[in-house]
Design a binder for this molecule. Structure first.
Ligand SMILES: [Zn+2]
Length: 277
């Protein structure tokens, strides 16, 4: 596994990652709903209510969106893209997801009874085969995008892994306590994983098809992830340590072993950087 960069190593490639929204279900005063943007690649993972923030980070007029699934907290922001198209900061949108997700967006979100204007987007279905993707303006090696199913959420969800010159990261959201995808995310430099609930709500997590802290920590440990960002928090959790991370003995042990673990906040950003060492 490539180490998280530090010190004076020679940097050869970078990938900037911005959390546009870190909540699930509905926004609250602190968190909008799911969205992660990679400005250098023009790549958005999910389009929740945080999508209205996209404008300040856009660097390319082409936007590619990977959808985990079609629940509203992950797609409603597709209807927020019109101002960027109108302003000319966006000219081309590609929407990727499973066939069922794309169909749900097309038939329901963009039903004129729900929203009056159909946002123009090319669509492509993700399947079992990894995609080789050249981001706009990029030269050199393409990124490899691998989709994998997350069956433990009602309606299903899709996880994504990206492997590129600057390292690897995986995005796993809206899945119940399940370990079927551990091999798909093995050795990633960064794991961005939903953690909707603290441990004392594990029964509610199982009922709603979401995760609780100890389960996510076990997944990150088994996958040997280098860094773990926790996102998609229950919007009713508004305290200073909403998931109990500061008092978790498992988290303390993993941190001692070198794993970086943090709860993502809206507009948190970090850069994944490969080194030549
Ligand atoms: Zn969600």
């Amino acid at each position: 596994m490539r180490a998280w960069p530090k010190g004076a190593r020679t940097r050869t490639a970078t990938m900037r990652i911005v959390f546009l929204g870190t909540g699930g279900y509905h926004p609250n005063e602190r968190r909008h709903t799911a969205g992660i943007f990679l400005p250098d690649l023009g790549l958005l993972l999910d389009a929740g209510t945080g999508t209205f923030r996209l404008g300040r980070f856009l660097k390319h007029p082409e936007l590619t969106i990977l959808l985990s699934h079609a629940h509203l907290d992950h797609v409603v922001g597709l209807t927020y893209l019109l101002p960027f198209l109108n302003a000319g900061t966006l000219r081309r949108i590609r929407l990727l997801g499973t066939a069922a997700t794309l169909r749900a967006v097309d038939e329901h979100l963009f039903s004129e009874r729900l929203f009056p204007v159909r946002v123009p987007a090319e669509t492509a279905v993700v399947g079992n085969e990894p995609l080789q993707w050249h981001p706009p303006g990029a030269t050199g090696r393409p990124l490899t995008v691998t989709a994998f199913p997350l069956p433990c959420h009602r309606g299903g969800s899709t996880g994504y892994r990206l492997d590129g010159p600057s390292g690897s990261f995986a995005y796993v959201t809206d899945t119940g306590p399940d370990d079927s995808y551990v091999e798909r995310i093995r050795g990633v430099d960064v794991l961005i994983h939903e953690c909707n609930f603290p441990d004392d709500q594990h029964e509610w997590a199982e009922r709603t098809g979401h995760c609780y802290l100890s389960h996510v920590l076990r997944i990150a440990e088994r996958a040997a992830a280098g860094r773990l960002w926790l996102t998609h928090l229950d919007p009713t959790l508004t305290g200073p340590d909403p998931l109990g991370l500061d008092t978790s003995s498992t988290a303390a042990r993993l941190r001692r072993s070198g794993m970086t673990i943090a709860v993502a906040e809206d507009l948190t950003e970090f850069t994944l950087t490969a080194s030549s060492s």
